[in-house]
Write a protein that binds this ligand. Sequence first.
Ligand SMILES: [Zn+2]
Length: 194
Amino acid sequence: MAKRWLTRRRHPRRWPSYPDRVPDRSDAPFVPSADELLANNARYAETFADHDLALRPARQLAVVACMDSRMDIFEMLGLAHGDAHIVRNAGGVVTDDVIRSLVLSQRLLGTREIILLHHTDCGLQTLTGDELIDELEAETGLRPSWAMESFKDPYQDVRQSIRRLQVNPFIAHKEHIRGFVYRVEDGCLDEVLA
Ligand SMILES: [Zn+2]
C-alpha cells in the first residue's frame, strides 16, 4: 500500500481549471479497493472480539469530525470500540444532517457530550467561495440546495460550529460541548474556546 502511495506522489497532477488547488495525485491507474478490503475483513472477523459491545456508546460521547483520511478518530483520541458515536462529513460541519444524528445520539442512545474536530490543511480551505457550487450549476443546470461550507480558518469555523450547536433547539444536552483543531503536521490537538 505504502509503495503505491509513493508512486502517486511522484507524479502530481493538478486540476486543469484551478491550477492553485491541492494536487490531485490520482494519475496512477485507478484500482478499486473493495476486493482487497473484503479480504482484510475476512481476516478481521477471524479474531473478532467485540460481540458484547452495547448499542449505547460507553462514554456517552458523540464526536463530529471532518472526513479527512488522515484522521483516525479512535486512534488519535484513544477511544475504544463502543465508546462514542463518530459523525463525519466534509469539514466536520454542523449541518442539518449532523443535527439529525446528534438528536438520535442524545435522545435515543444516551450521549451527553459533543466534541467537534476540524483540522489544519482541510480540503474546504482550498475553495475561495462558491466556485464548486457555481461549477455544478454551470454543468448540470441545477444549483444544489446545500452550501459547500468552505472556510479559511479552521479555528474560526470550530468556534462557529460550537455556536451553531449552542443555539440549536433540537440539541438537548449542551453542557459539555468542546471543539478542537487537529494539526495534521504533528498530530496535536488545539482546543478552540468559544
Ligand atoms: Zn477536512
